[in-house]
Design a binder for this molecule. Structure first.
Ligand code: FEO
Length: 162
């Protein structure tokens, strides 16, 4: 059994994970519209990952006999001027925000002595380290490539292997 406060906070996190999924699907379509097939694929995979994150929380709430409340998902940005650096800058910034949301949930679970939720959240704490590192690494590489067309073509292919 988890507290009402925790139930509400996890429901808000489900909404945030789905918003993340929308964001990355939007980026995937922007990349596809601009002939960056590899990046489009990378963001589509990221969309799937975010939906998996949302479903982990859904399943957890259900297993705790708590109520899952699916709230409206806010609109996401749709334009990055076809610029992959802008997309990954926003990805990194967004993942940092998600990290702080996960940390807040973890802090709440610890304060409430909610051991089950703390343990469940440990997976997300680790996942966020990976999410930020991936976004940072891709951003660094894209900045390094700059306007070098051949290098970009090859890197886009590389990201398509995800
Ligand atoms: Fe669900 Fe990208 O964190």
């Amino acid at each position: 059994m988890i507290s009402n406060k925790m139930q509400e906070a996890i429901n808000a996190q489900i909404n945030a994970e789905m918003w993340s999924a929308y964001l990355y699907l939007s980026m995937s379509m922007e990349a596809a519209d601009n002939d960056m097939k590899g990046i489009a694929h990378w963001f589509r995979k990221q969309f799937n990952e975010e939906m998996e994150h949302a479903m982990k929380f859904v399943d957890y709430l259900h297993s705790q006999t708590a109520r899952v409340e699916l709230k409206a998902i806010d609109a996401v940005p749709t334009k990055w001027d076809g610029c992959p650096v802008k997309m990954f800058e926003q990805t990194l910034e967004h993942e940092k925000k998600v990290t702080s949301m996960i940390h807040n949930l973890y802090e709440m679970a610890v304060k409430e002595k909610d051991y089950a939720t703390s343990i469940m959240l440990q997976w997300f704490v680790n996942e966020q380290v990976e999410e930020e590192a991936n976004a940072q690494e891709i951003l660094n590489t894209l900045k390094c490539i700059g306007k070098e067309k051949t290098a970009f073509f090859l890197y886009d292919k590389e990201l398509g292997k995800r």
